[in-house]
Design a protein around this ligand. Structure first.
Ligand SMILES: Cc1cc2nc3c(=O)[nH]c(=O)nc-3n(C[C@H](O)[C@H](O)[C@H](O)COP(=O)(O)OP(=O)(O)OC[C@H]3O[C@@H](n4cnc5c(N)ncnc54)[C@H](O)[C@@H]3O)c2cc1C
Length: 518
């Protein structure tokens, strides 16, 4: 569809797509350089950042060090972290927490004024700084939004959904968005994507339903390279019920002593090393396997944190009460849900992608910090740390003059609804080659057509191809047909064109033809 389009030349000024912690902090670090933020939702809405409960990991405690934080990060990443990046991030984490406090975030403190630290799975120390008990994201977003509103160099346009990046001679030259008054085009040679995760591609997710990988699709259609897309983290304890997205019951609740039981009261994880605080993928698969055997699974917080539950976790307590559950007196029904994407747009230490003029920050990026599995609460830390490095790189980049495109087709709004079934079935916590192969013709044919499922299918195709190519189980990626880890850890790099080519090569032509005609 071609329509008349409003064109705004930003004169080379940076443009940020997305207004979670990554987008807002990048804009604040860019000040006083003028910057435009586009967000499809109103500030503070439809952003995972606002929903974060546990907090940020940083080695600020007296018994902690960045070496210990690094060791825990590398262990969770299961051989695929970039050790140099991880070291830089954990060392920069305390300063990023300070930067947030400088913007006005009120982290929880003891009566003597020292920071309080939460404990989450696979951390050897209490190192999660939090705010408002379990309302860390809400407090961070409240503060950042108010800082952004007070900063004259930052312009925010809410209600603009970015649907395409413009690319000219291999480099970014602007973005095409659609708002309430129709399509609008912003030309600039410096664009930062900060659009968050992909949970909305799955039926069971803790992410806002608008988080379904639109930023990945923007970069994919612009020819960017992606890294390790197959690694999707499933959170073991989302509140089981009819609501979608699902409410998260933070790992910090298990950190405070809650245990997982089934309907008979049996603690079925007792024999697993680390038990309830084993790494997330181990716990998520154990819960999924127990559910698959016909059991129900509950988080039992009656003894610990017990009566202290509502004071320490007020938002989770309120969500439970809204469903008629008192967590200090009865077990909370839980099931795993898609929660965090480790893979993403491949970026360097400056957040720069393979496409000149395109940076990525936050969950949409793959920096190398998380490897095959994210250590709990390392993602807010990553976004806070990288936002400064991205801002320095964007600020230092030369302003390329941008071209006025003559005519640009406007894609229709993306909608992953028709895909959720297949994505949930083949890309869940346990995968197998046959099911992945079966899904490829459908994903190929949808990704290749125009329509609401096209962009979500392109992302699902890339994840499925990456999952097929990884013939091992590592971190959050588990293949029932390849249950062991291969000896050599390798990264997966992929562009959308390569995914199409690999997908077509994997399936017989008749299967593709019948998917096209379906
Ligand atoms: C329930 C929950 C709890 C969590 N708890 C923690 C925790 O305790 N600690 C931790 O470290 N991590 C936690 N995480 C993960 C962490 O919150 C996210 O990884 C992080 O907030 C991502 O930030 P972001 O800025 O990259 O994306 P988001 O905060 O998701 O923001 C994305 C922004 O992009 C906008 N957007 C998307 N597509 C478009 C488009 N096409 N055009 C324009 N705008 C667009 C959205 O409207 C939004 O403004 C949690 C996640 C969830 C869901």
């Amino acid at each position: 569809m071609r329509q008349s389009i409003d064109v705004h030349d930003l004169g080379g000024r940076p443009l940020i797509v997305g207004a979670g912690i990554a987008g807002l902090m990048t804009a604040l670090h860019l000040a006083p350089e003028p910057v435009l933020i586009l967000s499809k939702a109103r500030l503070g809405e439809e952003a995972s950042s606002a929903w974060a409960q546990g907090g940020l990991a940083a080695s600020l405690g007296p018994d902690d060090s960045s070496d210990l934080h690094l060791a825990d990060t590398l262990a969770a990443g299961d051989g695929l972290c970039d050790a140099q990046i991880a070291e830089k991030v954990v060392r920069a984490a305390p300063a990023a927490v300070e930067a947030l406090a400088g913007f006005g975030v009120r982290f929880d403190k003891a009566a003597d004024g020292t920071l309080l630290f939460g404990l989450e799975a696979a951390h050897r120390r209490r190192r999660i700084v939090h705010a408002g008990g379990d309302a860390t994201g809400r407090e961070i977003m409240r503060t950042l939004i108010s800082a952004v509103r007070r900063t004259p160099s930052i312009t925010v346009l809410e209600g603009i959904e970015v649907r395409r990046l413009l690319v000219d001679d291999g480099a970014v030259s602007g973005v095409l968005g659609v708002g309430s008054s129709g399509p609008v085009l912003f030309t600039t040679g410096r664009v930062v994507i900060a659009t968050g995760g992909i949970g909305g591609l799955f039926h069971d997710t803790t992410n806002p339903s608008g988080s379904f990988g639109q930023g990945l699709a923007l970069a994919a259609r612009a020819g960017a390279e992606f890294a390790d897309l197959e690694f999707v983290q499933f959170h073991p304890t989302a509140l089981d019920g009819h609501d979608r997205p699902m409410r998260l019951v933070s790992e910090a609740v298990r950190g405070e002593g809650a245990i997982l039981i089934d309907e008979t009261g049996r603690r079925f994880l007792e024999a697993v090393p680390g038990a309830e605080l084993a790494s997330r993928d181990v716990v998520a698969r154990a819960v999924a396997a127990h559910l698959a055997k016909g059991h129900r699974v509950f988080l039992d917080a009656r003894e610990k944190p017990g009566a202290a539950f509502a004071a320490r976790f007020p938002a989770i307590a309120a969500a439970c009460h809204a469903r008629g559950i008192d967590p200090s007196r009865e077990p909370i029904p839980v099931r795993p849900a898609a929660h965090y994407h480790m893979g993403g747009i491949a970026v360097d230490i400056n957040g720069q992608s393979s496409v000149p003029g395109l940076w990525a920050c936050g969950e949409v990026a793959c920096t190398g910090l998380h490897g095959a599995n994210r250590l709990a609460s390392n993602s807010l830390t990553e976004a806070a740390v990288f936002s400064r490095w991205v801002a320095e790189s964007v600020g230092g980049a030369t302003m390329r003059s941008s071209l006025q495109p003559v005519s640009v087709p406007v894609p229709c709004a993306a909608d992953p609804a028709t895909l959720r079934c297949v994505v949930s079935r083949v890309l869940g916590a346990v995968r197998d080659g046959e099911a992945l192969l079966d899904a490829i013709p459908l994903l190929l044919s949808l990704a290749d057509r125009q329509g609401p499922a096209s962009d979500p299918a392109a992302i699902a195709l890339m994840i499925a191809v990456s999952a097929l190519m990884r013939k091992e189980s590592r971190g959050a990626h588990f293949r029932s047909d390849y249950p062991c880890r291969s000896e050599r850890a390798r990264h997966a790099r992929l562009t959308l064109d390569q995914a199409f080519e690999a997908g077509r090569g994997l399936i017989p032509e008749p299967a593709l033809a019948s998917a096209r005609s379906a």
